[in-house]
Design a protein around this ligand. Structure first.
Ligand code: FAD
Length: 552
């Protein structure tokens, strides 16, 4: 990406066809869609790209088996089609994942689940698809031995069988950064640390944005003929008077979802597992980036949205579900990390619980011409973006069809095709290829020029310091938290170690960034202290006393 200072200079001086507020997956998608249709596009993000819900998901690109229970057939079908398209457009970032629904204690596989999986298979089929396209194998039943092979953590539970089916998995914040990178290739200008405080109006119509630079201070205007509000769970804060003066606009109801991470040795899964949990719900136990990811909960949330820590009861609920199913005795001190996010659910006024509300996207245009797009899922970002940009194209009477179904997202690469750099081992190259695709070569070049950047940030995981340098130089990372939470995912996967009193990782990351950003020693120390404070308010480390959840 272009340096933030250059982006801000351009944002303040040029006029744009479209200004997008919000740098989560929806805003990034709108920027790519519009830019690739020939629009000049500005995108501003208040915090960091993907700092909202788009870095806090379950990382699944999926139809959502459980939405079938609600008969949200259209939603499931749409998401399944997007799933196969995304595997094709970003094969290094969106990967098929086997998932199991195991039966324990001599039980036979549940018939109703089988019926649901039959529907899931049928709905993922696409007419006219070519042979190259990814399409999951049909679901099947596997025996207990194969189940244990795929989920060693079930060895002591004597599983009798399991349903095996496929969905896909990604790294959500890397997906956002990749989509933004593509938008930039089509000319979009994107900057983080830019909070929109209001709209510029001309004759009662939105004609741009009032922006506060949260890094350098000061305000500036972005002139734009159209404005899209893609601020997710914050969508009704941009123009509350305008939005709520118009009756049909529904209220956004935040719902919190908590996730936990564990070392693979503590809970060894090679495939995803669907685990029954309290209240008739299920949770996912997923292999992700060398750890095991457990989530999620889904409860109405009324706290502040700026930093959403994992709920204590949510942690206890997840531990109880895992311990009950795997026969483990995992406690809070076994966690390597935890995080929470809020869904931008749309309240229909129905007092049903949020878990029952459809994940459909909502688009509405209010009197200033502001187009708001919210709700939806990570999986369906492309459709949401299309919906928003179609609306603008239509009202402007332009001829400009959506093209994002054919725009590759990054460029996959074989690890062996990457330059060999002595300070980076084979595991590191595989890891870099999966995260950056072809662009991994630029990270490796940094490690070649300064071999100390080939060192790992956390000994247990393959992320290297050159990624911090790359993020500061080319991905607008401004803080240690940006690097640990969203450029790499170590803040979620190894929070315990990275917040320990003498942890080496955070100062090493700060020094790698310092070389790019011109920080002195005092600034390095301040950035490390800020990381600790952030980890605390985000609740990345769950206090030991917070939850036990030992097997009943
Ligand atoms: C716990 C959980 C699990 C989930 N799991 C999945 C899953 O596995 N698969 C799936 O498909 N979906 C999943 N989802 C849903 C998915 O994550 C969200 O639908 C999606 O990330 C929303 O993206 P967004 O861009 O609309 O919102 P966000 O990512 O929240 O982006 C909005 C952005 O707007 C910025 N912003 C706000 N106000 C301003 C302002 N005034 N000026 C400038 N910027 C501003 C924010 O900082 C934020 O970055 C999950 C959601 C949750 C909460």
């Amino acid at each position: 990406m272009i340096p933030r200072s250059d982006a801000i200079a351009t944002l303040g001086s040029d006029s744009f066809d479209l200004a997008v507020v919000g740098g989560g997956i929806t805003g990034a998608g709108v920027a790519l869609d519009a830019a690739s249709r020939g629009y000049s596009v500005a995108l501003v993000e208040r915090d960091d790209f993907a700092a909202g819900t788009s870095s806090r998901s379950s990382k699944l690109v999926h139809g959502g088996l459980r939405y079938l229970q609600n008969f949200d057939l259209g939603l499931v079908r749409e998401a399944l089609l997007e799933r196969s398209l995304l595997v094709e457009l970003a094969p290094h970032l969106v990967k098929p994942l086997p998932l199991l629904v195991p039966s324990l204690g001599g039980k036979r596989p549940d018939r109703l689940t089988g019926v649901g999986l039959n529907m899931y298979d049928a709905m993922s089929w696409r007419r006219g698809r070519d042979d190259e396209e990814w399409s999951p194998a049909r679901h099947r039943t596997i025996d207990g031995a194969e189940t244990v092979e795929m989920v060693p953590a079930l060895a002591g539970r004597d599983p009798s069988a399991a349903y095996l089916f496929y969905d896909c998995q990604t790294d959500d914040s890397r997906l956002v950064l990749t989509v933004l990178g593509e938008a930039e290739r089509f000319g979009a200008v994107c900057a983080n640390g830019c909070e929109v405080t209001g709209l510029v109006e001309r004759g009662g119509r939105a004609a741009g944005l009032l922006v506060r630079d949260t890094v350098a201070g000061g305000e500036f205007e972005v002139r734009a003929a159209n404005v899209v509000n893609a601020t997710g769970v914050w969508a009704d804060r941009l123009r509350p008077d305008e939005i709520y003066a118009e009756e049909e606009v529904p209220r956004i109801r935040p719902s919190r979802g908590t996730h936990l991470t564990f070392a693979r040795e503590a809970l060894d899964v090679k495939a995803g597992v669907i685990v029954p949990a309290g209240g008739g719900r299920t949770v996912f136990v997923l292999p992700w980036l060398g750890r095991t990811l457990v989530g999620t909960t889904d409860n109405d949330y009324e706290g502040p949205l700026e930093h959403v820590p994992p709920g204590r009861e949510d942690v206890a609920y997840l531990l109880e579900a895992v311990n009950g199913f795997f026969g483990t005795e995992l406690v809070a001190s076994d966690l390597t990390g935890a995080y929470a996010g809020v869904r931008p659910l749309i309240s229909t006024g129905d007092p049903k619980k949020s878990v029952d509300i459809s994940r459909k996207a909502e688009l509405y245009e209010t009197s200033s011409g502001l187009v708001t797009i919210t709700g939806g899922k990570l999986t369906t970002w492309r459709r949401m973006a299309k919906l928003a940009v179609d609306r603008i194209v239509e009202r402007e009477g332009r001829e400009a069809a959506c093209r994002t179904q054919e725009i590759p997202l990054g460029q996959p690469v074989e690890p062996d095709a990457l330059p060999k750099v002595p300070s980076v081992d084979a595991e590191g190259r595989v890891h870099l290829a999966a995260r950056y695709g072809h662009a991994a070569q630029f990270v490796l070049r940094l490690a070649e020029a300064a071999p100390e950047l080939g060192r790992r940030i956390s000994p247990a995981l393959p992320d290297i310091l050159a990624e911090a340098a790359f993020a500061a130089a080319h991905e607008q990372a401004r803080t240690v938290g940006d690097v640990l939470l969203r450029r790499t995912r170590l803040g979620l996967l190894d929070a315990h170690a990275l917040t320990a009193p003498r942890a080496q990782g955070p100062p090493a990351v700060a020094r790698a960034m310092a070389a790019q950003l011109g920080w002195d020693d005092a600034r390095v120390a301040r950035e490390v202290a800020d990381w600790r404070a952030l980890a605390h308010v985000e609740g990345l480390v769950v206090p030991e006393a917070a939850a036990t959840g030992a097997a009943a």
